[in-house]
Ligand binder design. Structure first.
Ligand code: PMP
Length: 664
């Protein structure tokens, strides 16, 4: 949809006449334009129903262009002249931003340009904690602010401009109106108001409408709005240059610099939806590599970021500390299993794994066990892309062959054969035990992803196996590191996956969902035993990244953990799990499918052979969903706030892709 959203600093600023006059100018300039009023309160009651006066004004200004009458231009009409949230409540209904946005898009069909006029200002409530600003964000049109030139306008205009910019909206400019007659002194003041708003708000003034007497009212308005047209560039930007630059100069994850898979340009993301540059809306099945658990642009996370941005975006952590870090680490100590009490803040999951490995080695050195320098792990794991982390990733599907001269050699047990949800066979730990006992004198720590091996194969193993690893570590004085970066914060149906086995690690890595997918942040949390041993005799833990404890990331993470602590995630993840079972079930019968498995909010279809990512990605976009398969795996890990219907749509997109596109 192409056009502008028209809002005001206030009610009664003359927004409707500005909209109608702009519409007329656009029609005169050859556009097939339409002005819309999503919500009209204060409608006149007539025998034919409620009449929206604003729409009548659009019709009056543009009469020659709509000989058969003005088209339907209003989604909701209410009689009481009050805020939409109250008007809707009094009418026994409620307003919803998504529905409003769809209704507006429908009304706009067939027009090359629409003017959407809000009700009142941007902070006007629509109900359910949603405001006009949310609707503006959903529609994502550039905004025209109408400001009535009078005492107080500078403050109102600058506050609205700040608010709109903070919410990521483009502001096309300000139209100044004069709904009251100025006295001689007032003329000077009003001129200064306009200049001050332009200067302090760093914004163009699109038009100035003087005080207009009733005589030839419409023509005057239309004439004074004409200059606005020059500032407006209503055609959508051509982004083909950007995509060419992106392809030629920007490395995306795991891609060729010369022949990369195509990237799709995203404009915004809200809740469980990603909107592409061309307006296509996709249901998000990936939670951006599993981190955006509360959905995109969650208001609490954005508020936390904005407040912290205004206070202290960053400061070094060496010798300095701050509330955001203290608050976050307090929450982490509370939420992680008992005994994990010392938090090291890292800037990514991989770095938190490096920190965990270094902690284990420093622990053994401080304990006088200097021969214990190896890490023991299981095949099929994934722990990150930095060197230490890579060394414990699966040696076959990981990157060992590329960096064989560089990576330390670790000890690998087979991937556990005991599957989650099936009876446990103790024999599955036999080879692991043998290898471990044979090497235990040189092992500092075991590292595994608890219960779910993520990027190494989306494989779910039995909790008793994890219990077995804990017992082996205890029996031999080895530390257990659990990498909960993918599984932590509810993804598997437990707050931490280690709870499936009632196992508490010595060191735990968390990341991804920690900041709700808004900022890059991870943490390595250790027991007092680990921390005190490393620090005995004056020892210090040797790691300290520049952006360690970044206050902005910490503040957002605290907001994310607060949402989790409210506990809705349990019902959300359970509901997703049940719906995934139904939605993915039919894939079991399709040719080429090796296995279908679901745990918590993770749904996986494993194919017999690797899939064509490029072809599938295009098919998924066609289907209105965002999924990014890898290897033989097509999987979903959606935001927890996804609806049941959206999960079903992910399921049918996967079914359809396998049924029709995989063998093309
Ligand atoms: N460990 C696990 C289990 C992961 O899934 C990942 C990321 N997929 C990492 C570590 C690395 O985290 P990051 O990408 O933030 O470095």
């Amino acid at each position: 949809m192409n056009g502008y959203f028209i809002t005001g600093t206030d009610t009664d600023v003359g927004k409707t006449c500005v909209t109608a006059a702009l519409l007329r100018n656009l029609l005169d300039a050859g556009h097939h334009a339409l002005a819309l009023k999503p919500i009209q309160s204060g409608c006149r009651e007539t025998p034919d129903g409620l009449v929206a006066d604003d729409v009548e004004i659009y019709a009056r200004f543009s009469t020659p262009y709509f000989p058969n009458g003005y088209p339907e231009a209003c989604c909701h009409r209410f009689a009481p002249a009050c805020s939409p949230h109250l008007a809707a409540e009094l009418a026994g209904t409620s307003l919803n931003v998504n529905e409003l946005a769809h209704a507006v898009t429908e009304l706009a069909t067939g027009h090359d340009l629409v003017l959407v006029e809000g009700a009142g200002g941007a902070a006007v409530p629509l109900g359910n904690k949603q405001t006009m600003q949310d609707l503006m964000q959903r529609l994502d049109l550039p905004v025209i602010l109408v400001a009535d030139n009078k005492l107080g306008v500078i403050n109102h205009a600058l506050m609205t401009i700040r608010m709109l910019r903070d919410s990521g909206l483009d502001i096309a400019g300000v139209v100044m109106t004069n709904t009251t007659r100025p006295d001689t002194q007032g003329i000077l003041m009003r001129r200064n108001n306009t200049e001050t708003i332009a200067h302090y708000g760093n914004i163009p003034i699109l038009a100035e409408i003087p005080f207009i007497e009733q005589i030839d009212f419409d023509a005057e308005y239309i004439r004074h709005m004409a200059p606005a047209i020059r500032h407006l560039t209503p055609s959508p930007a051509d982004d083909s240059d950007d995509l060419t630059f992106d392809r030629d100069h920007i490395w995306h994850p795991y891609t060729s610099a010369v022949n990369p898979l195509p990237s799709v340009k995203v404009r915004t993301a809200h809740g469980s939806r990603i909107t592409l540059e061309d307006g296509t809306e996709l249901i998000d099945g990936m939670a951006s590599w599993w981190c955006a658990i509360h959905g995109y642009a969650h208001p609490a996370l954005l508020d936390a970021a904005r407040t912290q941005l205004g206070r202290l975006p960053h400061v070094m952590f060496g010798g300095l500390t701050h509330d955001p870090a203290i608050e976050l680490c307090r929450s982490l100590c509370d939420m992680t299993p008992n005994g994990l009490e010392h938090v090291f803040l890292a800037d990514s999951g991989s770095v938190s794994v490096e920190a965990a490995i270094k902690m284990a080695l420093q622990y053994m050195q401080a304990d006088g066990q200097t021969q214990r320098t190896k890490i023991f792990t299981i095949r099929g794991g994934y722990h990150g892309d930095t060197c230490g982390a890579m060394s414990v990733c699966d040696p076959n599907n990981g990157m060992h062959h590329l960096f064989s001269g560089l990576l330390p050699h670790q000890i690998f047990a087979p991937r556990p054969t005991c599957r989650f949800g099936e009876p446990y066979d103790p024999a599955s730990l036999a080879e692991t035990t043998r290898l471990f006992e044979e090497n235990s004198h040189r092992i500092a720590a075991i590292i595994v992803e608890p219960i779910v091996q993520g990027a190494g194969g989306m494989y779910f193993y039995h909790p008793d196996y994890l219990r077995g690893l804990r017992e082996l570590a205890d029996a031999h004085g080895v530390l257990l590191i659990l990498d909960e970066i993918a599984t932590g914060f509810g993804r598997t149906g437990k707050l931490f996956a280690c709870e499936w086995a009632d196992v508490i690690p010595d060191i735990m890595c968390v990341g991804k969902a920690l900041s709700g997918g808004t900022m890059t942040l991870a943490a390595t949390v250790a027991t007092s035993n680990v921390a005190q041993t490393i620090s005995k005799d004056g020892g210090v833990f040797m790691h300290g990244p520049t952006f360690m404890g970044n206050p902005l990331a910490c503040a957002v993470a605290t907001a994310s953990l607060e949402i989790l602590q409210q506990g809705h995630w349990k019902t959300q993840v359970h509901a997703i799990e049940q719906r995934l079972e139904t939605a993915f079930g039919p894939c079991r019968d399709l040719p080429g499918v090796k296995d279908v498995r679901v745990l918590g909010s993770i749904g996986v279809v494993e194919m017999d052979t690797p899939v064509n990512v490029q072809r599938l990605q295009a098919a998924f976009i066609e289907h209105g969903v965002w999924l990014r398969p890898f290897g033989k795996l097509i999987y979903v890990m959606p935001p927890y706030i996804i609806t049941q219907d959206e999960v079903s749509r992910l399921g049918s997109a996967v079914f359809d892709a396998i049924a029709h596109h995989i063998h093309e």
